[in-house]
Design a protein around this ligand. Structure first.
Ligand SMILES: *Cc1c(COP(=O)(O)O)cnc(C)c1O
Length: 221
């Protein structure tokens, strides 16, 4: 059995059934994905639209592709025909482009709103206030080709687990507030995408419904 299959099997055995594992395959070749595919895994995450499009073309069409990284507006077109979930919506302007490209492809694209919980400048994401403003915006309210299924966030990269736990708890609280205020009758608003190789256990403790794990499955990049 390959290392990656061993690793993913081990990780899944520790996850509650309510948590979906997104295998983050960025930088790894299509063959590495095919190995896991042959073992039954179907949900993969990438952070570069062109790379995602190339791998989509090479691999079986029943893979669920998730876009997890920062997405530039001019690159939405590469993934709009097939992407299953965009985790990283960080502006209304981006959402407008996704709406337009989804319409062109005559499909509804599910999205998560990325909220910044980390202290690092390098991390993307909106503030809670920006998310509220987006959800109250007329243009957003008239969109027909996107669906907001939840939120996503990344914790600070630190060995101080107290900080990481606090940030995940903050994201969980944001989710509950948004659910109550904007999505109380919308059953599909249910995802909290948080947790990576180094911190997913804490994310799960705080109520994550989706963990995005790469290096712990495929090895060092
Ligand atoms: C690369 C990446 C991950 C996975 O990182 P690992 O540490 O390899 O598990 C998760 N989320 C995002 C947004 C990423 O870019």
């Amino acid at each position: 059995m390959s290392e990656s299959i061993k690793n993913i099997t081990q990780i899944i055995s520790t996850l509650p059934e309510t948590v979906q594992l997104v295998a983050v395959s960025k930088t790894y070749p299509a063959e590495s994905i095919a190995e896991l595919y042959d073992a039954g895994y179907r949900v993969f995450g990438e952070n570069r639209p062109q790379e995602l499009k190339e791998k989509y073309a090479l691999l079986p069409k029943d893979i669920e592709w998730h876009m997890i990284g920062h997405l530039q507006k001019n690159k939405v077109k590469y993934i709009a025909p097939f992407v299953r979930l965009i985790h990283s919506v960080d502006s209304l302007e981006l959402l407008k482009v996704i709406e337009k490209e989804a319409k062109k492809n005559n499909r509804i694209i599910s999205c998560l709103l990325e909220i910044k919980i980390a202290q690092e400048d390098a991390k993307h994401g909106m503030s809670y206030e920006e998310v509220s403003a987006l959800l109250n915006d007329e243009t957003y309210l008239s969109m027909q080709y996107i669906r907001i299924d939840g939120i996503m966030g990344m914790a600070t990269y630190t060995s101080d687990t107290a900080i990481v736990k606090k940030e995940f708890q903050t994201l969980k609280n944001y989710f509950e507030q948004l659910k109550a205020e904007y999505f109380s009758t919308i059953e599909t608003f249910k995802e909290i995408s948080m947790g990576m190789s180094g911190d997913y256990q804490y994310a799960v403790e705080s109520g994550s419904t989706m963990v995005r794990i790469g290096s712990r499955i495929f090895g060092k990049r």
